[in-house]
Design a protein. Structure first.
Length: 339
C-alpha cells in the first residue's frame, strides 16, 4: 500500500533563496526552452505522451528544467514519490486487457439506455450516431475535429500535470489528490472486470447500431501533426474494448475540476465545468463512449470524494490524541497508605 502522507512529508525542504537569482533564472529559461524543443520534436517523431511511463519521463524532466538550480537529491525525490503511482497506472493499463475473460461484452443495454434518454431528440438513435450523421465528414477534417483530438489527448496529461504542480507547491494537497485519483481508477478497473462493456464503435462494427467511425485522433492530421497520435493509435489497436463502463476519461476530467471547487469562487464553477463537458462531447461524438458511460463516470467521482473524505475523517479521529472535556472534574488519586 502506498503511504502518500509519509511520501508527502519526507522530501527534503527546498533550499534557501539562491544568492544568484539572475543566473538561476537564465539557466531555468534555457533549460525550459531546451525541454520544450525536445518535447515538440517528440510529438512528431514518437507521438504525444499517452503512455504513463512516457508521460512520467517528460513531466520529471520538466520539473528538473524548472528547478534546474536544485541539487539532484531534490530531483530524485520526484522519482521516489511518483514511481509507485506510475507503476500502479502501468499495472492498471495492463490489467484492463484481462478484464473481458473472453466473454461477450455488454453492449445492448447501453444502446437501450442511450435511446431511452435521448431517442426523443435523435429520432430513436443513440447520440453518437446522431452526432456523426450531422458533424462527421469522411472527406474533410473540420475545426471541431481538431478540438476533439486535443480534448481527447488531454485525458492522458491533464490529471498528471495538475498532480505534478501540486507536488511542487502543496505536498499535503498532492497527497489528498492522489488518494482520490488512485481510488477512482481502481474503482473503474474493478468495474471493468465485473461488468465488461463495449463502446459505440464496437456496437457499430457488430451491427447493434448503425456504423460508427472511431475518430478521436483524426484532427491532428489537419494541422500537419501526422505522427502526433502514433502512440495513442497503437494503444487503441492493442487495447481491450471492454473498458467503456464507466468512462474514466470524463471521470478524470470532472475529478480534476471538482477537486478545486473549494478553492475557487462559485462564480467560476461554470467555467471550470466547460472541460468535463467538452470531454463528454468528445467521447460521445468520436464513438468512444455512450452518454450512460459518462453519467456513471460522474457518479464514480461523487462516490470517490464521499468514500475518501469519510476515510480521511475517520483516520484523523483515530490518530487524534484523546483530550478530556474542558469541564471535566480533576482526577482524584488516593493518598498513599503509610507503612
Amino acid at each position: 500500500m502506498v503511504n502518500l502522507d509519509r511520501m508527502a512529508v519526507t522530501i527534503s525542504p527546498a533550499p534557501a533563496d539562491s544568492p544568484h537569482p539572475r543566473r538561476d533564472r537564465r539557466r531555468q529559461m534555457i533549460a525550459m526552452g531546451l525541454w520544450t524543443v525536445l518535447f515538440v520534436a517528440g510529438w512528431f517523431v514518437i507521438g504525444l505522451p499517452t503512455d504513463p511511463l512516457y508521460a512520467f519521463g517528460w513531466l520529471w524532466t520538466a520539473t528538473i528544467a524548472w528547478r534546474i538550480e536544485r541539487p539532484w537529491r531534490s530531483h530524485l525525490g520526484f522519482a521516489r514519490d511518483w514511481l509507485p503511482i506510475v507503476l500502479l497506472l502501468v499495472a492498471y493499463n495492463l490489467s484492463r486487457g484481462f478484464a473481458d475473460n473472453d466473454a461477450t461484452p455488454h453492449a445492448l443495454e447501453l444502446v437501450v439506455a442511450d435511446r431511452w434518454m435521448f431517442g426523443w431528440a435523435t429520432g430513436g438513435e443513440v447520440p453518437t450516431v446522431w452526432l456523426q450523421h450531422h458533424l462527421y465528414d469522411p472527406g474533410q477534417v473540420h475545426w471541431y475535429d481538431v478540438v476533439v483530438s486535443w480534448v481527447y489527448f488531454s485525458h492522458f496529461v491533464v490529471t498528471f500535470t495538475v498532480a505534478v504542480v501540486l507536488w511542487l507547491v502543496a505536498r499535503p494537497r498532492w497527497a489528498a489528490f492522489m488518494r482520490r485519483w488512485v481510488f477512482l481508477f481502481m474503482a473503474g478497473l474493478a468495474t471493468y472486470f465485473l461488468y465488461p462493456a463495449a463502446p459505440p464503435w464496437w456496437a457499430g462494427r457488430y451491427g447493434l447500431i448503425e456504423e460508427v467511425v472511431r475518430i478521436s485522433t483524426r484532427g491532428w492530421k489537419a494541422i500537419g501533426m501526422h505522427g502526433a497520435g502514433n502512440m495513442l493509435n497503437v494503444g487503441q489497436v492493442a487495447a481491450n474494448p471492454v473498458a467503456a463502463m464507466p468512462s474514466l476519461h470524463t471521470a478524470f476530467a470532472l475529478f480534476v475540476v471538482v477537486f478545486f471547487f473549494n478553492t475557487v469562487r462559485k462564480r467560476w464553477w461554470p467555467l471550470l465545468l466547460v472541460y468535463p463537458l467538452a470531454m463528454t462531447f468528445t467521447l460521445v461524438y468520436s464513438g468512444e463512449h455512450y452518454v450512460i458511460d459518462v453519467l456513471v463516470g460522474w457518479a464514480y467521482v461523487g462516490l470517490t470524494f464521499l468514500a475518501v473524505g469519510l476515510a480521511e475523517r475517520w483516520w484523523a479521529r483515530r490518530k487524534a490524541p484523546a483530550v478530556p472535556p474542558a469541564n471535566a472534574p480533576p482526577v482524584s488519586r488516593p493518598a498513599p497508605t503509610p507503612h
